[in-house]
Design a protein around this ligand. Sequence first.
Ligand code: PMT
Length: 406
Amino acid sequence: MSTLQNKRILLGVTGGIAAYKAAELVRRLRDGGAEVKVAMTRAACEFITPMTMQALSGQAVHTSLLDPAAEAAMGHIELARWADAVLIAPASADFLARLNAGMGDDLLTTLCLATRAPIYIAPAMNQAMWDSASTQANLSQLQSRGIGVFGPGSGSQACGEVGLGRMLEPTELAERLAATFSAGTLTGKTVVITAGPTREAVDPVRYISNHSSGKMGYALAEAAREAGAKVVLISGPCHLTAPENVELHQVESAEQMLDASLTAATNAHIFIAAAAVCDYRPASVSEQKIKKQNNNGSMTLELIANPDIIASVVAAQPKVYSVAFAAETERLLDHAKTKRERKGVNCIIANDVSAAGIGFNSDDNAVTFIDETTELTLDKRSKSQLARALIDLLAEKSKKTKDKAL
Ligand code: PMT
């Protein structure tokens, strides 16, 4: 599978003759499975039309910071947050200077300021402009701030001169971008992930459950797959489609999730418990629909504790690197640390589920990773982006915990 599969690429196009190659670049990125949105500077629109880029990307093209229609569809901050990576190709000398200065006077510079995604630039300019002290100073400062630089290549230029300054070819740019996404960190490993809620039947038509959508667990499954792992996803009831090439086991109750988990854990290297398992279930399930009773408007349901799935996995497979989540509404880190000890897991992901816009059923999340030596907060971002960061971290941590990992 391409490492660009399902990646969200924001392609910035600036003004230069190489802008015509951006059209081909959109195609190459999409061939790799990426979703591409294009933002163009005013100068770029002099070289290639937004219409062309729209037709090739299949998406509305963004050209202005102050366009109410575009902002209503997807605001610039939302666009900046949407991206998994930002690629500026071609990046003109003027754009490099403005990016380095931290300008925010047009859409593309503002997007670069606002995004948390990695930024890559593919410079394209006349060889003397490339060689100039200003451009080189801008470039080295941008690189020192973590901005990746692809190229430029050398050869004959549109201006008739020969030298460094040609934008790399679209195929090479797509390959270079693909290579920046983590690939292979979990090759040969099996990762088991629980996701979604459990449902605990009360009678044939009613159940107890919670607000988990499964988004976090499914995003982790996809990220682990992208990192090369064999992934077993044990999912409670939810409306999501499992990522490609992931082994899906659908379950309803905590007891079913426990059975599937213990079986899958026998071959696992990493077990991630992202599911929101109901702690209790009705002591007995009525065979018939329970009738409304005339008992002063109240009814009592006896509940009994469900098995603790992740603690059972740790007990049965102590060599598996185990990861729990802690969904908390108060004293997040304290409660998470206590839970980590109680469940005996290698690490716990503390998830504040009281904050608006993260946690249950939202597209974004923010968490703190906690293990014996590390307490690392990953601030708010899409669940896909967070999942990739977590999988990278778990791959590294599980490798270091040699006595625990198989
Ligand atoms: O699904 P989403 O809408 O995307 O939301 C994501 C999420 C908020 C559900 C997820 O990020 C999360 O926090 N999952 C854990 C939810 C939870 O039930 O947390 P807990 O603190 O109650 O449980 C602690 C850990 O023990 C969890 O790893 C849980 O899977 C596990 N557990 C809990 C009870 C039980 N009987 N068995 C378990 O294995």
